[in-house]
Design a protein around this ligand. Structure first.
Ligand code: G3P
Ligand code: CA
Length: 375
């Protein structure tokens, strides 16, 4: 369902909008029917670490911008502090995205799990972005804080658009019991039961059955999530090698002679169709409603991995009733090429661009939103 637009336009007009935007709806979209049955928006715009192309990942401006742009979901990676607080952070150390080298020079490579919340809140999680991306830098990003899950939920609840939460258990083996902790928090915040509808014309995903989607690369964590929250949709994230789906070759990047990782990954193939089918069957049997596959991008780059969204793979997933949300795709050329192979949305750092591709662009510019929300 396309919120907002779908309420005001008929089907033919909607198809026209989507065609003119580059997104062509096929006559029969298996994933669309599956998503409707589960109560998940289709096609889904999943703001990966928030609107993280334009603001420091997993911070207030990143998530607030994603919400205001009209993303369906705020995506986050959940870990746990030493004193038991769930926080949103991708890496399991603080080195890349904070000024830990200045604040705790002897703890730069220590795992996140060894820091208390009070210690983490002393760090600046915004200035790294300004240095890495001077073209997108804003003085107001300096000094941003790492967020707790509670604070991300506050953002999801805090505007007229009501996006859902797309929550990954990150390195769950480091955090025994995190699946139960997550359940307690979501229950306490009222996200495991029906939530109020958004005002007409606004994103309404928090009101849908798929208001929370749980995601993990780790089979044991999927099993624990299923035990803790059997009625909450779950996605098994897919990778090739390293204990995930078996690759045809066990050659490493180092041995391959490839010029960069993207070129190496692009050569990697699944060992067999049977191997891929076994993963689909396992996901289905253990409560997943879909998969989150890696994808290869036309222009390569750090986010370009193995091509796990080949048409036969997507058919295998859909035939088993599984929807498909590939990660992490930011460019129109890839939105188009991968959509034509039959997927049901994307993880993207550039929610603004994916929303344009799907024919529901934000009416307000990014600059205007950022200024309005105080950045
Ligand atoms: O969760 C989907 C995607 O985010 C997986 O990759 O490493 O960005 O968490 P990563
Ligand atoms: Ca993630």
């Amino acid at each position: 369902m396309l919120k907002g637009i779908s309420r005001t336009l008929g089907t033919a007009a909607l198809a026209g909008v989507m065609l003119s935007s580059g997104f062509a709806m096929a006559a029969n979209e298996p994933g669309k029917a599956l998503a409707a049955k589960i109560g998940v928006p289709w096609p889904a715009v999943i703001a990966h670490r928030g609107a993280s192309f334009n603001a420091p990942e997993e911070t207030i401006p990143s998530y607030t911008l994603a919400r205001e742009l009209g993303a369906d979901y705020l995506e986050m990676d959940i870990q746990r502090t030493k004193d038991g607080v769930l926080i949103a952070l991708h890496d399991d150390t603080l080195e890349r995205t904070t000024n830990i080298a200045e604040v705790y020079p002897n703890r730069v490579k220590d795992p996140l799990s060894t820091f208390t919340l009070e210690e983490i809140k002393r760090l600046d999680a915004g200035s790294w972005f300004n240095k890495a991306h001077p073209d997108r830098a804003r003085a107001s990003y300096a000094g941003l804080k790492i967020l707790t899950l509670d604070e991300v939920i506050d953002i999801a609840e805090g505007g007229k658009n009501k996006p859902g939460l797309y929550i990954e258990t990150k390195v769950p083996a480091q955090f025994p019991g995190i699946e139960e902790d997550l359940k307690k928090k979501l229950e306490q915040r009222g996200w495991l039961s029906q939530r109020p509808a958004a005002e007409k014309g606004h994103v309404n995903v928090a009101h849908m059955p798929g208001r929370v989607i749980l995601q993990t690369f780790e089979k044991p964590s999927l099993e624990l999530l299923q035990k803790a929250m059997p009625n909450t949709p779950k996605i098994l994230l897919l990778w090739l090698g390293d204990g995930s789906i078996q690759a045809a070759s066990d050659k490493t990047f180092k041995d391959s002679g490839a010029k960069d990782k993207a070129s190496f990954y692009a050569t990697q193939q699944v060992k067999s169709k049977e191997e891929f089918a076994a993963w689909m069957d396992w996901a289905k049997a253990h409560g997943a409603i879909g998969t989150g596959p890696a994808s290869a991008l036309k222009n390569g780059g750090d986010q370009s991995y193995m091509d796990l969204v080949q048409p036969w793979m997507n058919k295998m997933a859909h035939d088993r009733g599984l929807i498909i949300h590939p990660y992490t795709v930011d460019d129109a050329v890839d939105f188009k090429a991968i959509s034509q192979r039959g997927v049901d949305g994307f993880f993207t750092n550039r929610a603004s661009e994916l929303l344009k591709f799907y024919g529901r662009p934000s009416k307000e510019s990014m600059d205007s939103i950022l200024k309005r929300i105080g950045y």
